[in-house]
Ligand binder design. Structure first.
Ligand SMILES: [Zn+2]
Length: 256
């Protein structure tokens, strides 16, 4: 019964997000699967944790939209596609299933995965608006706003807030204790920044004469690899970050 209710509920949310231009058709399909699994396996408390990630992230992506468009034609823009949804929600969905029989540590991993996705999204969406030029994590050299691996004081504060938001809701909903989830969220976002500054593919658009992260660039020109691993793009880094959040929360839950 709960699975049917969860599927219906997830379908409504995915459809609304699709109509609002937040998700592509593929993204809506992936969100439906993730939402149905989370709700079906974890009920309303799990859905509350999902929303603690999804709602603020969606609103924040709209914040300062015109400035962001001007700044970063580099990362993927527009509606979230299926890979982006799975990179952010896939680890949490798997943990939600494992928590059915595996117990509270898996529930903590579930919340930790969303805390990492939330921390990273808040850090990116708010940090991009920083007036201060971002520095590349690891080298602390200046980097173009919006490029992965760039950090600002404002973005770092937002990262903490994003992790705390999910941790608070997870605690209030009775899904998981506060600190393991909060710390796991920050750990996941930190890994995201480190990978973004090191192994993630950085590309060069010859016609715009600027660095970017996609091939082709938004302008349509094919781009060349400059640094990093050809196959490691934003979605792969996000997946690593949410897995890190899940594993950290799982490990920390064993300590409390
Ligand atoms: Zn270009």
């Amino acid at each position: 019964m709960q699975i049917l209710l969860g599927a219906a509920f997830a379908a409504v949310i995915a459809l609304v997000a699709y109509r609002a231009g937040v998700l592509s058709a593929g993204g809506a399909a992936a969100a439906f699967v993730v939402g149905a699994i989370v709700f079906g396996a974890q009920g309303w408390p799990g859905a509350a944790v999902l929303f603690a990630f999804f709602l603020p992230s969606t609103l924040l992506s709209r914040l300062g939209a015109s400035r962001k468009r001007a700044l970063r034609e580099l990362a993927k823009q527009g509606p979230r596609d299926a890979w982006q949804v799975l990179a952010n929600g896939g680890a949490a969905a798997v943990a939600a299933i494992l928590a059915l029989h595996g117990g509270p540590r898996f529930a903590c991993a579930f919340a930790g995965a969303f805390a990492a996705a939330s921390a990273d999204t808040w850090g990116t969406e708010i940090g991009t608006l920083s007036r201060r030029p971002p520095l590349r994590a690891l080298t602390l050299r200046a980097v173009s706003p919006g490029m992965s691996g760039g950090i600002t004081p404002l973005g770092t504060l937002a990262t903490l807030a994003g992790a705390l938001c999910v941790a608070l809701v997870a605690r209030l909903a009775g899904v998981a204790p506060f600190w393991p989830v909060a710390i796991a969220g920050v750990a996941g976002a930190a890994l995201d920044s480190l990978l973004g500054a090191s192994l993630q593919a950085t590309r060069w658009c010859p016609s715009c004469a600027r660095e970017c992260e996609t091939n082709p660039h938004d302008c349509g020109t094919p781009t060349q690899l400059r640094r990093g691993l050809r196959w490691l793009e934003n979605d792969g880094v996000n997946l690593a970050a949410t897995l890190c959040g899940a594993l950290s929360a799982f490990a920390l839950a064993g300590l409390t």
